[in-house]
Design a protein around this ligand. Structure first.
Ligand code: MLT
Length: 328
């Protein structure tokens, strides 16, 4: 047997051995870079259940590593052992934070293995129940008249709620901005809204749907380009575009990542399991009830996922650079 063939056979045997021994008895941490109770935590917990069904003997466990707009959780995963036991579930922050945080200790396109995208989630503009407005039009008028006295909650610089809050305030051309109040995630921000300590938030439907339905917060509008006509609750809310904010369209995507250098046998297994998990009827149903859609297009592949994130960084960079929206 020639030397090259021997090497190829040895590599194939090592690949199979690695794939067969993973994950062993050790849990797989799904690191969520925001607090429990928010949309990233929601999708990661649903995903953990779906992934456990796909990889026999696996134990996916959600761990919240919070702070600095999600970057502390991302740093934890970028620097973790590349053994498939520490993974990241994160959203558009993967694309916003490298622009806003100019001194990040990791590079989004170089320091992770891309495992595939998970879902797309619309956002909703919501307010505390005490606000004296019930329609979007009245809400916007009230905000215009009182912006300087009102607080907008978000999950840190570069978070989805921060991005949405900035985009919305700029689209309605407020003469005076609301005071922004950062939290470690929209889970705790929602608690502050429920308690009336903050006034307004733009958060993902996976976190707001239940609160709106229960009458605990007021919902005013959705951020999708078209009305959410097939959702039993959100179909009744106007889009911001319909309310005159031309081309307003914001949907938050989430993906799964491993530290750079994780063996291909493991990343392949994780991606294949993710692709099957995204078709799990229970996972699909849970997410759809919350207004989210699981990804079914080419972004489910590692290549498609990485190309999409690279394009998102290019799309978002000029917007943030023009606004000088830097976090350092
Ligand atoms: C969260 O999980 O708390 C949110 O995704 C935060 C955010 O608005 O980005």
């Amino acid at each position: 047997m020639n030397k090259l063939l021997t090497l190829a056979l040895l590599a194939a045997a090592a690949f199979t051995a690695q794939a067969q021994s993973y994950p062993g008895n050790k849990p797989i941490a799904l690191v969520v870079p925001f607090a429990a109770g928010g949309p990233t935590d929601r999708v990661a917990r649903d995903l953990a259940v779906a992934m456990n069904k796909q990889i026999p003997g696996s134990n996916f466990v959600v761990e919240n590593t919070v702070g600095a707009g999600g970057t502390l959780g991302a740093i934890r995963v970028a620097k973790a052992a590349p053994d498939g036991h520490t993974l990241l579930v994160w959203h558009v922050g993967m694309a916003t934070t490298p622009i806003m945080y100019r001194k990040l200790s990791y590079k989004p396109l170089e320091d992770f293995e891309y495992l595939g995208m998970i879902n797309d989630v619309p956002m909703t503009l919501i307010g505390k129940p005490q606000l004296p407005a019930n329609t979007y039009r009245d809400f916007e008028n009230y905000i215009r008249a009182n912006a300087g006295k009102l607080n907008l909650a978000h999950a840190g610089l570069g978070s989805a709620s921060h991005l949405c809050g900035l985009m919305w305030q700029s689209a309605i051309k407020l003469s005076e901005s609301m005071t922004t109040i950062p939290f470690n995630g929209t889970g705790p921000a929602m608690n502050a809204l429920l308690g009336g300590q903050v006034d307004v938030m733009c958060d993902q439907t996976t976190s707001t749907t239940g609160q709106i339905e229960g009458g605990r917060v007021k919902g005013f509008a959705v951020t999708t380009a078209r009305p959410m006509s097939s959702h039993k609750l959100l179909k009744d809310y106007p889009t911001l575009a319909e309310m005159g904010l031309k081309n307003f369209n914001l949907t938050i995507w989430h993906g799964m990542y491993a530290p750079k250098g994780t063996p291909a046998a493991i990343t392949k297994q994780l991606n294949e399991a993710l692709q099957r998990a995204l078709k799990d009827p229970e996972f699909v149903k849970k997410q759809e009830a919350l207004g989210a859609l699981l990804v079914t297009d080419k972004r489910v592949t590692p290549e498609g996922h990485k190309a999409f994130v690279a394009a998102e960084i290019d799309r978002i960079r000029p917007v943030f650079e023009a606004a000088k929206a830097y976090a350092d």
